[in-house]
Write a protein that binds this ligand. Structure first.
Ligand SMILES: NC(=O)c1ccc[n+]([C@@H]2O[C@H](COP(=O)([O-])OP(=O)(O)OC[C@H]3O[C@@H](n4cnc5c(N)ncnc54)[C@H](O)[C@@H]3O)[C@@H](O)[C@H]2O)c1
Ligand SMILES: [Zn+2]
Length: 377
């Protein structure tokens, strides 16, 4: 494979603009790339028990070669690290390193490490700088862009947090080689989402190139990550704090997806990106039933998501668990979704591929009919 130059995307937020650099080989160059942005030559890297053994040493070396003192703190892999207790342990672990206001935190890992470290940075000593080095496709195209950070509570996911922007994001496409195929595919659903929201040309690119990207084509990975970050950065810059419907479009497939995740317990049975993939197919199905979107567009979306291997049939979710899905229970979860304004069902629907919009007036009978059919399919 020919080595390619990294691509840089500028996220334009008043007073807090920052770059996202995408391409191969960035972990080993991280020290040199980050050094000019550091307030002092000291960083604390936070990673998880899976990612730290793979890339932690190389990242520490890269900082030390650039004359930056680097400590590495490891948390458990997985969502449990976003619990309050784990967050408390991390804060004490960070303070053990005797940071000062000029210390920078570096998140090396997937969305869990990114959300957790970003929130830690927002509150450590009332706020220190942080840099994101996302290592899952989902984190590279979604969670590392936009400045949402936070942890979970028993009331739900991400209910305690802060909008806190990083100083720099380094998305090294090489690290995706060690990511389990299932995680890669789940992240890919969020890539496709950007095409479906407002970029039909990018969706067509995904149809033609998605399989190659998933098989490891580095140039295709760089292109897809760059396009995804550009799309998210554009939306976030226009609506940083989700005050209009614009940023809500990023939730395409998510109200349905969250209901599926809630039923499956937010665990390994159904990954977030898998739920979003199935949820986007449902959003198109419902839109087509409501006469909003051409049925052919809904079929194209389902065909592509299915062709790359995302699980779309509810029966196929949960292995031999033989889960009994119920439309009424799924609707209850949708009502509980934090995006549901005063109990009203709010959905991102579509007028076609690349034409998403927010709807607060979904006919409940049509919704129920779509779910009943999805369960029976
Ligand atoms: N802040 C946001 O805007 C935003 C957006 C979407 C999702 N999220 C959050 O992101 C989290 C999910 O992120 P995720 O899907 O990246 O999950 P994750 O961070 O749990 O990573 C998935 C798994 O892959 C492993 N892993 C990570 N990189 C690897 C690599 N390069 N090689 C091998 N293994 C690797 C991890 O150890 C973990 O076991 C959720 O907590 C979600 O709430 C946040
Ligand atoms: Zn998502």
């Amino acid at each position: 494979m020919t080595p390619q130059a990294p691509r840089t995307i500028r996220v334009d937020l008043a007073g807090r603009a920052y770059d996202i650099v995408v391409g191969p080989g960035l972990i080993d160059r991280a020290g040199a790339l980050c050094r000019p942005l550091l307030a002092a030559a000291k960083v604390i890297i936070v990673s998880d028990e899976t990612v730290a053994p793979l890339y932690g040493r190389r990242l520490v070396d890269s900082f030390e070669k650039a004359g930056v003192k680097a400590a590495l703190i490891t948390v458990a892999a997985g969502e449990s690290s976003k619990e309050f207790a784990a967050f408390g342990r991390l804060m004490n672990g960070l303070l053990d390193q005797r940071p000062d206001r000029k210390t920078t935190l570096v998140a090396l890992g997937g969305g869990v490490v990114g959300d957790l470290t970003g929130f830690a940075a927002a509150v450590l000593l009332r706020g220190v700088d942080f840099i994101q080095i996302p290592t899952t496709l989902l984190a590279q195209v979604d969670s590392s862009v936009g400045g949402k950070t936070g942890i979970n509570t028993r009331h739900g996911k991400n209910l305690v947090g802060a909008f806190y922007q990083p100083r720099l994001v380094l998305a090294d496409t090489d690290v995706l080689d060690t990511l389990p195929k299932r995680e890669l595919l789940a992240g890919y659903a969020e890539v496709v989402k950007y095409g479906l929201i407002d970029d039909p040309v990018f969706f067509a690119w995904c149809e033609a190139n998605g399989a190659g990207l998933l098989e490891g084509d580095a140039a295709k990975r760089t292109y897809a990550i760059e396009q995804s970050c550009l799309a998210k950065a554009r939306i976030v810059a226009a609506d940083e704090r989700e005050t209009t419907d614009l940023r809500a479009l990023l939730n395409l497939g998510h109200t349905f997806g969250h209901a599926l995740e809630a039923e499956t317990g937010f665990g390994g049975e159904l990954l977030h990106g898998e739920a979003v993939g199935a949820g986007m197919a449902m959003a198109f199905d419902l839109s087509s039933r409501l006469g909003l979107c051409p049925p052919a567009d809904a079929a194209r979306v389902r065909d592509h998501l299915g062709a790359v291997g995302l699980p779309l049939r509810l029966r196929s979710i949960g292995g031999d668990n033989r889960r009994r899905w119920e439309a009424a229970r799924l609707i209850e979860h949708m009502r509980g979704d934090k995006k549901a304004a005063d109990g009203r069902l709010t959905f991102v629907l579509v007028r076609g591929i690349g034409q998403a919009f927010v709807s607060r007036s979904v006919d409940e009978a049509a919704l129920r009919g779509m779910l009943v059919d999805a369960i029976a399919a």
